[in-house]
Write a protein that binds this ligand. Structure first.
Ligand code: 9WN
Length: 422
């Protein structure tokens, strides 16, 4: 490691420690004062670089709040704070420790396998992996039971916050069918912490809230939510993360001699990979979302369509994704933008409608390196580290100017830097 890299590494560790609340880490102070699901699992990968035990605790804490039906919520509201909206009172999930009522991308299976493989404390790793294995399996089972009722092999998200790509262009059409009448008056808090012109719009927030109120009126009964939701979108990125997690959990279960869990997860991954192919678009060189309520593919070339490179899709598909990233990189100096820069709906500073995010860069680079696309993977890594050097540990970045956007001193960005420097 060069002196500059060591300095960057130390700064990243500082950010992780600063946001550490003891047994969980907040994404950033102010804007996000609770524990978020996929943030925590990716954060653990960073923590493992300097404190393996702390990394296991991060994921353990999240899974201590798994619902009895198997869902792992997207937010755990450990300590009350009125700094974020919507808070626990709006969700009304009646959990012993308040949580939201929806989930997030299932990165846990991937993260736990990676932590296990790299662990230097083997005894600790084996104990923790054995404890987490059945919990993660139960979450995966929950996904396919509740979000794939017809057994097609792909799960639907019922709320854009589940995808973790809140205001992606991918949801625009489906959102037109989500009403806004009757929602309770509300005051946003995010726009006090971040530039409002970079955040989702009021029209989008109205719909986020309508869906929350609808699901709350159904008592957060997951057996009813899917069919009752006017928003059911099959996101290839979300599915690819789940497929990768199933495959990784299967491999981990094999090592630990848990053959039942291994077989179930391998079958889920294989069925998912086969089903994903129906979402491929030759025109865009990536996968598209499918709106389950209409059965139509969504004409939006986004990051969600590149993320399947993280899962075991056919090599020619992953290679085509690499070519798409190269094409996009001719239009913007920093990659990977979250929307095709040639799309008129591309907005370089508005959250998931154009900006670069290090977590998605990490997952795509990981998948491309695994199939031998080392050139593009190295380009993604370089671009990620250039952004940090120029603009610090921001939530996300403008792919044209490298401007740091959203929250500052951001946990998962710092965690990914430790991974990229490795
Ligand atoms: C809603 C915490 C989370 C990330 C998401 C990101 C953003 C929340 C918000 O922040 O979402 O869950 O209020 O904007 O979109 O991916 O997990 O960092």
């Amino acid at each position: 490691m060069t002196t500059d890299q060591t300095a960057l590494r130390n700064l990243a560790i500082e950010v992780l420690k600063e946001n550490d609340q003891g047994s969980y880490t907040v994404p950033t102070k102010g804007l996000y004062p609770f524990q978020w699901n996929w943030d925590s699992c990716l954060t653990a990968l960073g923590q493992a670089h300097f404190d393996e035990a702390r990394a296991w605790t991060e994921i353990e804490t999240l899974f201590a709040h798994q619902w009895p039906d198997g869902m792992v919520p997207h937010i755990v509201f450990h300590v009350y704070s009125d700094g974020y909206f919507p808070g626990p009172d709006v969700w009304g999930t009646n959990r012993p420790t308040a949580t939201s009522g929806i989930t997030q991308p299932a990165v846990a299976g991937f993260a736990v396998r990676r932590l296990f493989e790299r662990a230097s404390d083997r005894a600790l790793a084996e104990r923790k992996a054995r404890e987490l294995l059945p919990k993660i399996d139960k979450w995966h089972d929950w996904f396919y039971r509740n979000r794939d009722p017809e057994g097609e092999g792909l799960v639907a998200i019922l709320h854009p916050w589940e995808a973790g790509r809140d205001n992606s262009v991918d949801w625009d059409e489906a959102f037109e069918r989500v009403p806004t009448e009757g929602i309770a008056p509300y005051t946003r808090r995010d726009t006090e912490h971040a530039d409002p012109s970079h955040r989702p719009t009021k029209a989008q927030y109205d719909r986020y809230l309508w869906l929350v109120e609808k699901f709350r009126s159904l008592g957060w009964d997951n057996a009813r939510l899917h069919d009752a939701s006017p928003f059911q979108v099959i996101d290839p990125g979300f599915n690819a993360i789940l497929i990768r997690a199933c495959a990784d959990l299967a491999d981990l279960a094999d090592v630990l001699g848990e053959t039942g869990i291994a077989a179930a997860n391998r079958a889920r991954a294989e069925k998912g990979v086969a089903a994903l192919d129906a979402l491929w678009s030759d025109k865009h060189g990536l996968y598209l979302c499918k709106d389950r309520t209409t059965g139509q593919l969504v004409e939006s070339a986004s990051l969600g369509g590149l993320l399947p490179a993280f899962s075991a899709i056919p090599v020619q598909r992953a290679a085509a994704i690499a070519r798409t990233i190269e094409r996009w990189s001719e239009a913007v100096p920093f990659i990977i933008p979250s929307q095709d820069p040639a799309d008129p709906r591309f907005e370089p500073k508005r959250y998931w409608r154009g900006p670069v995010w290090l977590v998605t860069n990490y997952m795509i680079a990981d998948g491309l390196a695994a199939i031998g696309e080392h050139g593009v993977a190295a380009h993604i890594t370089r671009s990620s580290l250039d952004l940090i050097t120029k603009s610090g540990f921001a939530e996300y970045y403008d792919p044209i100017t490298a401007e740091p956007c959203g929250g500052g001193r951001f946990t998962w960005t710092a965690a990914m830097v430790l991974e990229f420097l490795d």
